[in-house]
Write a protein that binds this ligand. Structure first.
Ligand code: ME8
Length: 507
C-alpha cells in the first residue's frame, strides 16, 4: 500500500533581527504535525527565512552591514532556535539561495507567458514595515491602515510589473464557497471572504528602485511578498518538476499567523490558479502571543527571548505551554507565571509524579519487572484515546488533544489513589497488585506515544525508563492497543524527575 505524503509549512520569517517566541510558536506547531505524520508516511516539513525586501535591507544598513552579510550572520541564530526547541524540519530555505532565485525568475516568465503578468505604472503608497502596497483610499489619516502598524507610508510612482489578481476574484469566491474549511479558523475564512466580496485590484509585483531582491529580466526586483510565497514551490524543485514536487505538492497544511492571511489565502491561491497548480488543503491562521494586550513583535520590541526561556524552563515545558494554553486559532497572553503553573502542575505533579511513583512501586514490589497483563477496565475505558487524540491533532486542535491525554494522566493517578498498591502489597493480594502495576506501566507506554509529537525528549525519557528499545512513535492506531507492553521486561527508572519542581526564583 503506498503511503500518503504529507507536506506542512511555516511562514518564512523576515531575517531583520533575532527570532522571538512568536516565531518558535508556529514552528513548534508545525513540528508537532510533522512528528505525528512522519509515522504515517512520507512527510516534508518546510521552513526558512525571508531575506529580501526593503525592511531587511534597512535593518542591515542601520546595523552597518551589507544585506547579504547581515542575513548570513543571522542565520545561525535562527537555526539555533530550531535546535533549542527540538524542531526537526526537513528543509530550511533562504530566499537568497540560488535554487530559489532562479526558480522565481522562471515562475515570473511563466506568468508572463500565461498573460497573468503585465507591465503598468504603480502610483500609490507603500508601507515598508508591512511590505505592502496601499491605495490612497485605503489609508487612515494618511498612514498605513493596518491597525497593528499605522506607520507613515512612502509614495511610489514606478513603472512596474503587475499580477492580474482581479481576474481571479470570482474563481476565488467560488473556491471559498466550495471549500469552507480551506481557510481556518472560521473567523479568518469569513474575513477573507468579505475582503473578496469587496473586490480585488491587480497587484504590483516588482520594485524598480530597489536592489535587494530577486533581479527580474529587464530591470527591477520582484516584490518581496511574491518572492517569499514562491518558497513553498521552489523548496520542492517546482520549476524542474522535481521528485519532491511530485511527491508532496499540494501542501496539506500551511501554518501562518493571522496577520498574513490575505497574502496566503487571496494572493497565493490566485498565483497557483494562474500557474495551473493545486491549492493547499488548509491554510491555518493561528492566533497571536500577546504581552500586556499587544501583539508580540520585533517592530514593537515587546518580545520574549526564546533562548533565555528555553534555558530556564527547558524545551518540552515551553512546547507544552504554547500548545496547551490556548486554542490554536486564539490569541493568548504570555506570562512566566503561567508557564510555571503548567510546569509545576500538569507536567510536574500530574505527569512527572505519575511516572516516578509508578516505576518506584514497580521497583519496590516487583524488582522493576513488568508483570503479566490482565483484563483492564482502564484499558477498555480509554480504548479509543489514540484515535480520538490523533483526530484532534489532524484538525490542529492541539489544546483539545493535550486535554484528552491529560484525562488519561488523571485516570492513571486516580488508579493509584483508589487501588493503593502499598495496601495490596501488605495484604499479599498479588493478582490485584500485578494488575494495577501493569496498568500503570502500559499507561506510561501509551503516554510516551501520545506525548511524543508534543514533547519528544520527555516521551523518550518515559520510553527508556520502561526499558523499551528504539523510540516512541506517533502511529497511535497501531501502537495504542492495550496489552502490547511485554511482561517480564526490566524497567530502568531514572533518578531525576521528568519535571523537577521550579520555584519562583527560577524565572
Ligand atoms: O510575515 N504570535 O515574517 P515575520 C504568534 N516574512 N505568532 C507570531 C508572532 C506572535 N506574536 N509574531 C510572529 C513575515 N509570529 C513574512 C512571511 S511567508 C511567505 C512570509 C509568527 O518575520 C507567525 O507565524 O513577520 C507570523 O505569521 C510570522 O511569525 C511572521 O513572521
Amino acid at each position: 500500500m503506498s503511503k500518503r505524503a504529507y507536506f506542512v509549512t511555516t511562514p518564512i520569517y523576515y531575517i531583520s533581527g533575532n527570532p522571538h517566541i512568536g516565531h518558535a510558536y508556529t514552528s513548534i506547531a508545525a513540528d508537532v504535525l510533522a512528528r505525528y505524520h512522519r509515522t504515517l508516511g512520507p512527510t516534508f516539513f518546510l521552513t526558512g527565512t525571508d531575506e529580501h525586501g526593503q525592511k531587511v535591507e534597512q535593518a542591515a544598513r542601520e546595523a552597518g552591514f551589507d544585506p547579504q552579510a547581515w542575513t548570513d550572520a543571522l542565520i545561525p541564530k535562527w537555526k539555533a532556535l530550531y535546535a533549542a526547541y527540538d524542531v526537526g524540519y526537513d528543509d530550511f530555505i533562504r530566499t537568497t539561495e540560488t535554487r530559489h532565485t532562479t526558480q522565481v525568475v522562471a515562475v515570473f516568465e511563466r506568468l508572463k507567458e500565461t498573460g497573468d503578468v503585465y507591465l503598468g505604472t504603480y502610483e500609490g503608497w507603500y508601507c515598508t514595515n508591512d511590505e505592502t502596497f496601499w491605495l490612497e483610499s485605503k489609508l487612515i489619516d494618511g498612514r498605513c491602515p493596518n491597525p497593528e502598524c499605522g506607520r507613515a507610508v512612502q509614495w511610489l510612482s514606478e513603472e512596474n510589473w503587475f499580477f492580474a489578481l482581479s481576474k481571479y476574484r470570482d474563481r476565488l469566491v467560488a473556491y471559498y464557497r466550495a471549500h469552507p474549511e480551506w481557510v481556518r479558523p472560521e473567523r479568518a475564512y469569513n474575513e477573507m471572504m468579505s475582503t473578496l466580496e469587496g473586490g480585488l485590484d491587480d497587484l504590483c509585483i516588482s520594485r524598480v528602485n530597489l536592489d535587494w531582491g530577486v533581479p527580474l529580466p529587464g530591470g527591477g526586483v520582484m516584490y518581496v511578498w511574491l518572492d517569499a510565497l514562491l518558497n513553498y514551490l521552489t523548496a520542492l524543485d517546482y520549476a524542474s518538476d522535481g521528485e519532491r514536487f511530485r511527491t508532496f505538492w499540494p501542501p496539506n497544511v500551511q501554518l501562518i499567523g493571522k496577520e498574513i492571511a490575505r497574502f496566503h489565502t487571496i494572493i497565493w491561491p490566485a498565483v497557483l490558479f494562474a500557474l495551473g497548480l493545486e491549492t493547499p488543503n488548509v491554510v491555518f491562521a493561528h492566533g497571536w502571543i500577546t504581552l500586556e494586550g499587544e501583539k508580540m513583535s520585533k517592530s514593537r520590541g515587546n518580545v520574549v527571548d526564546p533562548f533565555e526561556l528555553v534555558e530556564r524552563f527547558g524545551s518540552d515545558t515551553i512546547r507544552y505551554f504554547l500548545l496547551r494554553e490556548a486554542h490554536f486559532g486564539s490569541d493568548f497572553s504570555f506570562g512566566e507565571e503561567k508557564v510555571r503553573l503548567r510546569r509545576n502542575g500538569d507536567l510536574g505533579n500530574d505527569l512527572g509524579n505519575l511516572v516516578k511513583r509508578s516505576l518506584a512501586m514497580l521497583a519496590r514490589y516487583r524488582n522493576g519487572r513488568i508483570p503479566a497483563a490482565a483484563p483492564s477496565a482502564l484499558g477498555a475505558r480509554f480504548a479509543d484515546l489514540g484515535a480520538r487524540t490523533g483526530a484532534l491533532v489532524e484538525r490542529l486542535a492541539f489544546r483539545d488533544a493535550l486535554e484528552a491525554v491529560w484525562e488519561f494522566v488523571t485516570a492513571l493517578n486516580r488508579a493509584i489513589e483508589e487501588q493503593k498498591p502499598w495496601e495490596l502489597h501488605k495484604r499479599g493480594d498479588d493478582a490485584a497488585l500485578d494488575a494495577v502495576l501493569y496498568d500503570l506501566c502500559e499507561g506510561i507506554r501509551w503516554l510516551a506515544h501520545l506525548t511524543f509529537p508534543f514533547m519528544p525528549a520527555t516521551a523518550r525519557g518515559m520510553w527508556t525508563q520502561l526499558g523499551l528499545a528504539g523510540e516512541p512513535a506517533g502511529a497511535w492506531s497501531d501502537e495504542l492497543v492495550w496489552g502490547r507492553l511485554a511482561s517480564g521486561a526490566q524497567t530502568a527508572p531514572a533518578e531525576a524527575a521528568l519535571f523537577p519542581r521550579l520555584d519562583a526564583s527560577v524565572a
